[in-house]
Ligand binder design. Sequence first.
Ligand code: PHE
Length: 338
Amino acid sequence: MTTDIQAIQDEAVAGIQAASNERSLEDARVSFLGKKGTLAAASAGMKDLSNEEKPAFGAALNKARAAITQALDSKTLELQQSADKKSVEGIDLTLPARELASGGLHPLTIVKDRAIQILRRMGFALADGPEIETEYHCFDALNTPDDHPARNEKDTFYFDGGKLLRTHTSSVQIRTMENATPPIRIIAPGSAYRRDDVDATHLPVFNQLEGLFVDKDVKLGDLKGTLKYFLQAMFGGETEVRFRPHFFPFTEPSFEIDVKLHVAGQEPKWIEVAGCGMVDPAVFSTISDKRGDQAFDPEHVTGYAFGMGLDRLAMIQWGIKDIRALVENDTRFLSQFA
Ligand code: PHE
């Protein structure tokens, strides 16, 4: 009997050692140690033995169980180790880990945040308005007649039903004056849309920052001083700024503002960054009619407005020659600002 047990043990250990994967190892465990396994069947023979034979038989059973368990454990470990080894085959574990790239702000965000910071310090509060606008807020209330080129289908993205993608952030001037009373001092950064062909200086969507100041006795000198201060705070105290007479339907007089751009290896050149002017009394009249009160009576209030291109400011700030770099999401370009 005891020799039978030894035979079972030998067979089991050999079977276990021959197992080539976890599945066949589990099959071997069940067939030798399981409830219906070989060892269980053999131990049933115990009851037919005499009392003298029983202890030796029991000891042989225990020894076989221990040996089989031990064989199972070491085979499990062996299979595990070879699986681990396979999974890192061809990988050099001594190589340094890959660096995790850290993110950074987009140059436009950096410029916008700085512009807002400077202007807020000067007392301007943030205002907002929709990018899908009515013709009234984008044009009519801004004294822009029906036949003005900016209203042309070729220049503006219209929706069915007459709404449009705002062509400038100046619509926020109107929305603000509809809802607040002077003194008003706001800035409104946001997207503007025009049907422009894409080239190095034009995109059909760009970013503006509108400003509006309405109070008693606001003068052209306030406008010039504020914007010159702002641009020098952005680009440095040495920055040259020039105001060129221009025309906008909603301001009178009106100007375009240029900043002298210095790019290494190039002749310095003037680049236009903003439009501005004194709010046209016709705009105040329209607002007064809409409101039905005297808060914006053109006889009593004056104001200035400006709208600047944030993309242009970013191009000046870093000498970026092609506006498309700002929307292409090329990480080789963007990582320079991180
Ligand atoms: N809205 C004008 C533009 O988009 C800029 C501007 C704003 C001009 C405010 C005057 C006053 O070109």
